[in-house]
Design a protein around this ligand. Structure first.
Ligand code: SF4
Ligand code: SF4
Length: 314
């Protein structure tokens, strides 16, 4: 018989760094397109895991000298290599115990993302029956992580954990095994609304005064209404002051200003494909992490502060 403590320990032994469990009733009220119960209506529990982004993978971007470490080891390889390896182990273990386990890695290449009104894009896919979501359901991993007591959603909309702050990527498993849920971390436990994430975001994509609010299992949760169009361009390096690969300014910058679907913005210096995060999450990860570390809020302690020289700017 599976129990929550053993399952969580198995997840940690398999390679997850933080883990929590949500009961499926915590998703009551979720928009149809984002409701994980649409994937597995008989599910009883959702296991949500965080996989740490090594602090050192951000070092080369902090110094402006080595980018491939974050883009691969801190980003693409966590989602595409580490998470699937761990998810396979856990699904095998759960299914050996006679329960079904749906693995959900942090990789949604063809999801039918709910728009602002929660409606599917019917030009992309259509529901197979009335009352069902159009494929693929878009599981909001940060909300799932909060529902599972893994962390809270900060002002930056990043999932913040007590162990790593904003430094993890998320994956989940939905199962029909009934497992004891973890308590939810009350909003405001970690994020103090310092807004340093807004100040350091190179694209000004995180507003200081415009928010989104949801209700999650009785808690009001609020985060900044991120401008995704700006973030999608600047996190790849649209700011010439923060992109040493933009050697052909302004021609290169015009590429970054293209629509996402045109793909032009990646044609700059080395191409990192999926792990193209040249900006190194300057606001939503680095500034936030430094702030939370300075406050002594994070359990993952370091001998030396992250920023050791003045931040560079071209
Ligand atoms: S930088 Fe400050 S306001 Fe932004 S998410 Fe982190 S703690 Fe919250
Ligand atoms: S990834 Fe970069 S551009 Fe996007 S919100 Fe974070 S700091 Fe801003």
């Amino acid at each position: 018989m599976l129990n929550a403590a053993d399952v969580k320990q198995f997840c940690l032994n398999a390679g997850a760094d933080v883990v929590g469990i949500a009961s499926m009733d915590r998703f009551e009220g979720a928009p149809l397109q984002s409701d994980p119960r649409q994937i597995f209506p008989d599910a009883k529990s959702m296991i949500v895991m965080g996989f740490r982004i090594p602090r050192g993978s951000l070092r080369g971007i902090e110094e402006g000298t080595f980018y491939v470490s974050y883009c691969s080891m801190g980003y693409a390889a966590i989602n595409h290599v580490l998470q699937p390896m761990v998810l396979w182990q856990i699904t095998r273990m759960i299914e050996d115990e006679g329960y079904e386990a749906v693995p959900i890695p942090n990789n949604f290449p063809w999801t039918n993302n709910a728009g602002a009104d929660g409606e599917p894009r019917l030009t992309f896919s259509k529901p197979v029956a009335e009352g069902r979501a159009a494929p693929d359901v878009f599981v909001h991993m940060r909300i799932a992580a909060m529902a599972a007591g893994v962390g809270e959603i900060g002002w930056s909309k990043m999932l913040l954990t007590k162990r790593f702050g904003p430094r993890q990527r998320l994956a989940a498993i939905i199962t029909d095994a009934e497992l004891e849920p973890d308590p939810i971390i009350e909003p405001g436990t970690i994020c103090d609304k310092c807004k340093l994430c807004c100040r350091d975001c190179t694209g000004n994509a995180i507003p200081v005064d415009k928010t989104v609010k949801i209700n999650l299992a009785g808690y009001e949760v609020e985060w900044a209404d991120i401008d995704y169009d700006l973030c999608s361009r600047y996190f790849c390096g649209m700011s010439p002051e923060h992109n040493p690969f933009m050697t052909n300014f302004p021609e290169d910058q015009e590429g970054f200003a293209q629509e996402v679907s045109k793909g032009q913005r990646y044609k700059v210096g080395p191409t990192y494909d999926y792990g193209r995060a040249l900006e190194g999450a300057r606001g939503c990860i680095r500034a936030c992490m430094m702030h939370l570390e300075e406050q002594g809020k994070l359990e993952n302690k370091f001998e030396h502060p992250f920023r050791r020289r003045p931040a560079w700017k071209l």
